[in-house]
Design a protein around this ligand. Structure first.
Ligand code: ZN
Length: 308
């Protein structure tokens, strides 16, 4: 079964209007920051669009129809996929791992995430990693507010894929759109927010927890970034303990036959069909368990995530 979803949106101080103007989503406002494409989280729970389960929340589908997910165990849906479009810079942040989140955040999951760059301006940059060589240097740079020394900005281009394991300092900068695939968690520690004010006040920082979880030294840029090679067909971008990520470029016809509990798919460009279902840029859907092989036709690109 192919299950399409209606996304939910979040409005943020760094948001813009691209999710409406570039992506065609029917959402008002000039502060739309995130489109939660596939999510079953307390802060965003998408609903099924059409078919037998029309209108049902993904969390309900997970609770009541586990057969669609290959009857796997788990008290919550494990993954979350969102499109993030930033008009302004996001705060500099870091996520804990499962063990730290369990102990310090009421049993929550940690967060491993990854970004595929969908769109950016010519000289766009992202923040990934930092320049401190030791824990002492890290603490000193943070305490003294030496942010330009501390933060590692790297140039990026469309199609770059970045892996952000727990402990990685990271931030999306203005003018950049990414699709983020992640563990189903919202635990974020904010290290620095460019001294901005929201409603007259700075947003809360989490300095001590950030110092606890930031990895020193940071992974190299080469370890963190893969460039798009433009090849037709499917390419595995990441395989880790929480999820596998593929990019699929369809030019005519392309079969995808991974034997997994389920596939989460988002069309990032173009249009076509998934078997006999029409799909276009911005659409997200799940291919349920028991589907031997899915045939994509048309001219489009997709990002697909699944459990390993
Ligand atoms: Zn993050």
């Amino acid at each position: 079964m192919i299950v399409k979803f209606n996304p939910v949106f979040s409005h943020t101080i760094w948001g813009g209007d691209k999710l409406r103007t570039d992506w065609g989503f029917d959402e008002k406002g000039d502060d739309i920051g995130e489109c939660w494409s596939i999510a079953a989280h307390a802060h965003g729970d998408v609903s099924v669009s059409g078919g037998e389960f029309d209108g049902m929340k993904l969390s309900e589908l997970w609770a009541e129809h586990r057969e669609l997910f290959g009857n796997i165990q788990g008290d919550r849906f494990p993954l979350l996929v969102k499109i993030i479009t930033a008009a302004g810079d996001l705060s500099i942040q870091v996520h804990p791992d499962d063990a730290y989140a369990r102990e310090h955040e009421n049993g929550s999951l940690g967060k491993t995430e990854c970004w595929y760059v969908l769109d950016c301006e010519e000289d766009s940059k992202l923040v990934i990693g930092h320049n401190a060589k030791t824990k002492e240097e890290l603490n000193k740079m943070i305490d003294e507010g030496r942010w330009t020394d501390f933060i590692r900005e790297i140039p990026i281009k469309k199609g770059d894929f970045l892996t952000i394991v727990p402990g990685t300092v990271h931030a999306i900068k203005g003018g950049v759109t990414v699709i983020e695939s992640q563990q189903n968690s919202d635990i974020t520690y904010r290290v620095y927010d460019y001294d901005r004010l929201q409603n007259g006040k700075p947003r809360e920082l989490h300095i001590d927890k950030s110092k606890d979880v930031i990895t020193v030294p940071a992974a190299s840029v080469e370890e963190s970034v893969i460039a798009e090679d433009g090849s037709t067909g499917s390419k595995e971008l990441l395989s880790c303990k929480y999820f596998d990520i593929f990019r699929v470029n369809v030019d005519g016809e392309e079969d995808f036959s991974e034997k997994r509990p389920f596939l989460l798919c988002t069309v990032i460009n173009g249009e076509g069909k998934a078997d006999d279902i029409d799909i276009k840029k911005g659409d997200s859907f799940m291919v349920s368990a028991g589907y031997e092989k899915i045939r994509f036709t048309g001219n489009m690109s997709l990002i697909i995530s699944s459990l390993p």
